[in-house]
Design a protein around this ligand. Structure first.
Ligand code: G16
Length: 554
């Protein structure tokens, strides 16, 4: 039984944040996401309560990020970050959902119940442990009121906390890992923004030794928090004249809230397969787009014939894998470091074929969501994971890190390769996909290969593809298996999709419910653009048919 004073504090704290009538919440692909005015402050309060329990359970600092990333400006969201900077353990998502759907009247009781359930073995010691939380937010206008609700929850349960203010999502993940590894052999870095920039800039300077970046890169920051943060990082990086990099930042207006992710950003570019209308880049100029909280990045350019060319997450993954495999070989570590790639069903079929047949590396496919890819990547010594939408990173196992850092070079070439691998470990934000870090890494690899955008594009030819968003009556009826490649419900839908796909050369298509938007996503690829588009349209029609509201007359 918890103290009455604590239960009273929980009830008092949540009083201003009731659940609006009829609302149901679920912990989705990346935490809770919705229109901010649909009771998100209630949800955030409950996330604060859960974070405190989780911090006690793990005897570590837990992170909370307030963001809706690529979603429109009026949306917001909240997600929990576990001690090593990774996503909340999946078995706890259920607890998060239960608490979020608990009414104010039952909240203290639900909290008590959860404490008893999760901390059951250790309840006496655990109750006295401190609960330490760190949190940050993106630039959305709903952020401050959500932070207020969060603080009310943390105060009610007596948690200690640090508010980092504005951060990119990956910066928050970085902070959590830094705090939890301080003064250990696994120290990740200094848990400050300055520490984040210094770690990245130092690694960048090391890895740039003997390499030169050609031309500039224009970075569209989706008018989100990545803009000011990238501007800040640039101050730490050597300029092009000093052997560094020339980054031209665009779409970094965070003072106009409605500009966030509007006609710009990684999601716009990937989904529409075109450059933001604001782009002024000339032919063959290197461009990239971040999303609203800077955890995704995609590259693109317009070729000499004026055709838009996209280099998405699949391309960044293969670029990284090519480089790391080459460095591992030069370092004489090919046999010791098992490199593998992790993709989702959205990966272009041509990229999977390239990785398996040309690079001869294994590919694992998981459901959408970094939380799935991350764990699969951790099974390799060097696990490269990217979603086609540009969300991804590279993980180095403890064994890989130790091997790379302890191998004694026998010649200058081997030393350069070992130094490059070692600097990659620091340059890449291993906690989660980080657009800024991924961009610097891609720039380094392009410099190393002396590749133009055209060279990079020519490594393989993407199958034409199309992504469609279909609004349905109730997306929860769309259930999948086989890493989201097949629908098991509604009954009969998959059979229709399979039949359609068989009519197209190199056709592939699937439909799955989004975990961040109220919609079903349809992906299709085929031999020609025309075929990919037709297939996507037909599959979308199937989804519309099966997803239509039930006839009220039965
Ligand atoms: C989030 C997740 C990604 C996922 C994306 C779309 O991205 O972190 O892993 O690919 O949502 O997910 P869904 O198709 O389920 O809506 P972000 O950038 O919004 O955090």
């Amino acid at each position: 039984k918890l103290e009455q004073a604590l239960l009273d504090a929980i009830n008092a704290g949540i009083a201003p944040y009731p659940i609006p009538d009829g609302r149901k919440y679920g912990y989705g692909t990346a935490g809770f996401r919705m229109k901010a005015n649909l009771g998100l402050n209630h949800v955030v309060y409950t996330v604060g309560l859960l974070a405190a329990i989780r911090a006690k359970k793990r005897n570590a600092t837990i992170g909370i990020m307030i963001t809706a990333s690529h979603n429109p400006a009026e949306d917001n969201g909240v997600k929990l970050v576990d001690p090593m900077g990774d996503m909340l353990e999946q078995s706890w998502e259920g607890y998060a959902t239960v608490l979020a759907n608990t009414s104010n009247e039952e909240m203290a009781q639900a909290y008590e119940h959860l404490v008893n359930e999760t901390l059951v073995d250790e309840i006496r010691q655990l109750q006295d442990r401190p609960a330490n939380i760190v949190f940050g937010r993106d630039t959305r206008t709903s952020g401050p009121s959500l932070i207020k609700a969060l603080k009310a929850a943390l105060d009610a349960v007596g948690a200690t906390y640090h508010d980092y203010g504005y951060l990119t999502t990956p910066q928050l993940h970085y902070m959590v890992r830094c705090v939890n590894t301080q003064n250990t052999p696994y120290a990740f870095g200094e848990a400050t923004e300055d520490g984040y920039y210094k770690k990245m800039a130092n690694a960048f300077k090391t890895i740039m030794y003997g390499r030169k970046i050609h031309g500039s890169v224009t970075a569209d920051c989706a008018n989100g928090v990545g803009g000011p943060k990238l501007q800040e990082l640039i101050k730490y990086l050597p300029t092009a004249a000093e052997g560094g990099i020339d980054i031209k930042v665009i779409n970094d207006d965070v003072l106009k809230p409605e500009a966030l992710n509007f006609d710009c950003g990684a999601d716009y570019v990937k989904t529409k397969q075109k450059a933001p209308p604001s782009s002024k880049a000339g032919p063959n100029e290197r461009c990239c787009s971040l999303d609203g909280d800077a955890d995704r990045v995609v590259y693109y350019f317009t070729d000499s014939n004026g055709v838009f060319r996209l280099l998405d997450g699949d391309r960044i993954a293969t670029l990284g894998a090519v480089f790391l495999a080459e460095m591992a070989e030069k370092a004489g570590l090919s046999d010791k470091l098992k490199i593998g790639l992790v993709q989702t069903a959205y990966a272009n079929g041509a990229s999977t074929e390239y990785v398996e047949k040309v690079l001869k590396l294994p590919v694992v496919v998981t459901p959408t969501g970094v939380k799935h890819l991350h764990h699969a990547a951790a099974r390799f010594d060097i696990g490269v994971y990217f979603e086609a939408n540009g969300h991804g990173t590279i993980l180095f196992s403890d064994n890989a890190t130790k091997t790379i850092r302890e191998t004694q070079p026998k010649n200058p070439g081997q030393k350069h390769a070992l130094d490059s691998l070692s600097a990659s470990i620091d340059l890449i934000n291993q906690t989660v996909g980080d657009a800024i870090s991924d961009m610097l890494f891609a720039e380094v690899v392009l410099a190393h290969k002396a590749w133009t955008m055209e060279n990079w594009l020519n490594t393989y030819i993407d199958l034409p593809n199309r992504l469609v968003r279909v609004e349905v009556h109730d997306r929860s009826i769309f259930k999948t298996e086989d890493a989201e490649r097949k629908l098991v419900s509604p009954k009969g839908a998959q059979e229709e999709i399979t039949r359609l796909v068989s009519n197209y050369t190199k056709g592939r298509s699937f439909a799955r419910a989004s975990g961040t938007e109220d919609a079903v996503r349809v992906y299709a690829e085929a031999y020609s653009k025309h075929e990919a588009e037709a297939l996507a349209k037909h599959v979308a029609d199937v989804v519309k048919k099966f997803g239509a509201a039930p006839d009220p007359r039965g």
